[in-house]
Structure formats: structure tokens, C-alpha cells
Design a protein around this ligand. Structure first.
Ligand code: SAM
Ligand code: SF4
Ligand code: SF4
Length: 378
């Protein structure tokens, strides 16, 4: 089967159907891409819809009433996600993260969690199963998610001040509901809850210290993320990026703290602990300190396209191989063929956008249509 471009079906982002290598054997051992990076982490985006319009992610001028979201039939069914996740785990993935859009909006998400929680590595161990959510309906869902087998959860929260939070989600959504969601997740045993704050200079940087004060002694890990130039629509400007070094300096000026060792290889966050042990802090410096050389993450979109980088302009259409596509002359393939196709795609990966940011190669990509964060998840 040869690689082919699908120009009409994919009205959003360019993609190709991966080639199933001729005479393929099921891949053995761990995969490594062209830069020697393993495939360890799969982020699965299950919907492109969201009930927020965070100004840095789904600005209302683009994600308006006229925006064409995917139809339900275009989304991978839970059985298809489960099948692909099993294939990825056999290829070395040890962490699955459910994301979106807002993943809790997908009906029956607990059933998907229950399916994925049953997956075992070839050695028989469970895989880490987590989710990133805006927390808006977590208070009602936390118990069911924990019962279904979710290991942990990350909640995005950009401000404690209600007015700032309402302005940033741009749906006038109150902060109280997200704080209740965090409490419910902890009560349900989803520990530690990680809270992610995207920091934008001049927008919510005055919230850094209130967030630290609020989450001390609550058993939460608080992580600060630099505002990134993902996609083409979020009006990113370098002068709105508050470098993590500055975030940490502001906290350290108030609270003495010390660095912690990375918990796992490929960890995106630098970790710190307040000296009194009351709060672990993470800093994710995606812009000022690129971590591409350890990037072991692949991303699967809700319609079954595989992306090798947050800044990708091109996806690999696994749904076409899963379902087959008569119009394109593509037949549905076996798990072994899918695994071989994924292994081949990963084997030639050389993405490292953040390391190249600002160079002519990366600037050329900026002119192309790149995936949006709400499509590919964080
Ligand atoms: N809706 C869920 C949520 O907000 O947690 C999951 C999807 S959201 C796209 C995943 C993460 O990406 C969130 O933590 C969000 O804050 C982050 N994010 C979105 N756009 C970003 C940007 N331009 N720079 C940095 N982080 C961003
Ligand atoms: Fe929705 Fe999450 Fe994007 Fe905010 S960051 S608009 S909650 S997908
Ligand atoms: Fe990974 Fe791409 Fe981000 Fe680099 S820019 S860390 S390769 S997702």
C-alpha cells in the first residue's frame, strides 16, 4: 500500500495514510525515532468541542457559532480508541492521557476510562491512565472516573480571582465550580491532582502568588506553563510569554524552595518544593527551555490521526487503516499491520519545533496550517 494524500475528506489539516511496510514483521522491542527518542506517552484527544473559549486556545473570533466541529461519525468509537491504545502499549507506550477539547463533554467517557484501564503491558503491568480537563463538570464526574480506573487527573486553572478566570475562559464560567471539581477529584482518590496554569504576562501573572497560597497544604501539585505558539489562531506574542524563570523567581522571593529531581525520564516539568514541604511546584518552559530531545509523546486526534509534535502540520491517518476506505481503495488492516505502520511513522520522526523556534526552518512552519491545541490536546 502506498502513502497517499487525502485532499477532500480532510477539510481541516493535511494528512496521509501511513504505508504498511511490505513483508512487515510485527515490530519487536522498543521503538526509537531518528533522534533516538522512545515512544512512551500517548495523548488521546476524544473531542474537539469545549464549553470554554479560553482566549489563548479557542478564541471566540475563530471558534464561533460558525465553526465546523467534527460530526460524531468522524470521531473514533471507544472500541477503536481501545484497539489503537492496545497497539501503542505493545509498542512501548506506558502512559495514556485522555484529553480534548474538553474530554468530560464526550458522552460515556467513564466507559472509555474503564476500557483503557484494563490494558496491560506485554509484561502484564497496568499503564498509567490520566486525563487533562478544565474541571468544569469534574465535581459530578470524579467519583465515576476514579471507579472506572483513572489513575490521576490534571485540572487546568488559570486564575483564582473569579473575574480574571471568567474573562480567560470567556464563557463567564465561575472559578468556584472548578475548585469544587478539584476537591471532588481528591475526595475520589485521584491523587495527586495536578493543577496546570498557563501564564500570560499582563493577563493572569498577578495570579501566580494567590495560586501558590491557595494550594499550599492541599496535596495538589501546581504547575506553571509558558504560553505557547500552538496552532495559528491564538494571537500568540512573545511579549506575553512570562518565562518560567521569572515565575519561579517571584515565588522564591516569597517562599524559600528547593529543586527536586525529575520523577521520570522525559518529564516536561522542572520540579520544586517549598522548603516547608507544603507545595510541589512544576515549571514547564516549553518556549524558553525546549525539551524536544526528551520528547517521547505521540498524539492521537479524535478522528484517528496521529501527530508526532504539538506543532505538526501533518497527521498520519490511522482511522483509514482501522476502518478501511473503499473510496480511497484502502482496506482495513490487522493489528500487526497497524503496529508496523505506526512503528514506521515513529521511526522516521525528527520533529523538534521548540528547539528550532525562531530559526528559518521553524518560521517556515509558522506560515503553514498547524494543528490547534483544542484538536490535539495539551
Ligand atoms: N480542555 C482541557 C483542559 O483545558 O485541560 C484539555 C485540553 S487543553 C487543550 C490541554 C491543556 O493545554 C490545558 O492545560 C491548557 O491550558 C493548555 N493550553 C492550551 N493552549 C495553550 C497554549 N497556547 N499554551 C500553553 N498551554 C496551552
Ligand atoms: Fe477548552 Fe481546554 Fe482549550 Fe480552554 S484550554 S478552550 S478548556 S480545550
Ligand atoms: Fe515534543 Fe514537538 Fe514539543 Fe518538541 S515541540 S517537545 S518535539 S511536541
Amino acid at each position: 500500500m502506498s502513502e497517499r494524500t487525502i485532499p477532500i475528506l480532510d477539510h481541516r489539516y493535511a494528512s496521509t495514510v501511513p504505508r504498511v511496510p511490505a513483508n512487515q514483521k510485527a515490530p519487536v522491542g522498543l521503538l526509537a525515532d531518528r533522534l533516538g527518542r522512545p515512544l512512551h506517552d500517548l495523548r488521546i484527544s476524544i473531542t474537539d468541542r469545549c464549553n470554554f473559549r479560553c482566549t489563548y486556545c479557542m478564541p471566540k473570533d475563530v471558534f464561533s457559532a460558525h465553526y465546523e466541529f467534527l460530526r460524531h461519525a468522524e470521531l473514533l468509537r471507544f472500541e477503536e480508541i481501545d484497539r489503537l491504545a492496545r497497539i501503542f502499549v505493545n509498542l512501548g507506550v506506558r502512559k495514556l492521557r485522555i484529553t480534548g477539547g474538553e474530554p468530560l463533554l464526550r458522552r460515556g467517557v467513564e466507559d472509555l476510562v474503564a476500557m483503557l484501564a484494563k490494558i496491560r503491558t506485554p509484561g502484564g503491568s497496568p499503564v498509567e491512565l490520566t486525563m487533562t480537563t478544565n474541571g468544569s463538570i469534574l465535581a459530578r464526574k470524579a467519583q465515576a472516573l476514579a471507579q472506572a480506573g483513572l489513575s490521576r487527573i490534571t485540572v487546568s486553572l488559570d486564575a483564582l480571582d473569579d473575574a480574571v478566570f471568567r474573562r480567560m475562559n470567556d464563557m463567564d464560567f465561575p472559578v468556584r465550580a472548578v475548585l469544587d471539581g478539584i476537591d471532588a477529584a481528591q475526595a475520589a482518590g485521584l491523587r495527586p491532582v495536578k493543577v496546570n496554569m498557563v501564564v500570560q504576562r499582563g493577563v493572569n501573572d498577578d495570579q501566580i502568588l494567590p495560586m501558590v497560597d491557595h494550594f499550599r497544604s492541599k496535596g495538589v501539585v501546581l504547575r506553571f506553563i509558558e504560553f505557547m505558539d500552538v496552532g495559528n489562531t491564538n494571537h500568540w506574542r512573545m511579549d506575553q510569554v512570562l518565562p518560567s524563570s521569572e515565575v519561579l523567581a517571584r515565588i522564591a522571593a516569597r517562599h524559600p524552595m528547593h529543586a527536586l529531581d525529575p520523577s521520570v525520564q522525559g518529564e516536561t516539568a522542572e520540579r520544586w518544593m517549598l522548603d516547608d514541604g507544603s507545595l510541589e511546584i512544576g515549571a514547564i518552559s516549553s518556549v524558553t527551555h525546549a525539551f524536544c530531545r526528551d520528547c517521547n509523546r505521540a498524539r492521537l486526534s479524535m478522528e484517528g490521526k496521529l501527530y508526532l509534535c504539538l506543532f505538526a502540520t501533518h497527521g498520519h491517518d490511522l482511522r483509514a487503516l482501522l476502518r478501511g476506505d473503499a473510496a480511497q481503495g484502502i482496506v482495513a488492516v490487522s493489528d500487526e499491520n497497524l503496529a508496523a505502520a505506526v512503528a514506521q511513522v515513529w521511526g522516521v520522526r525528527e520533529d523538534r519545533y521548540s528547539e528550532l523556534r525562531g530559526t528559518p526552518a521553524a518560521e517556515a512552519l509558522r506560515g503553514e496550517r498547524r494543528v490547534e491545541m483544542s484538536y490535539i490536546g495539551g
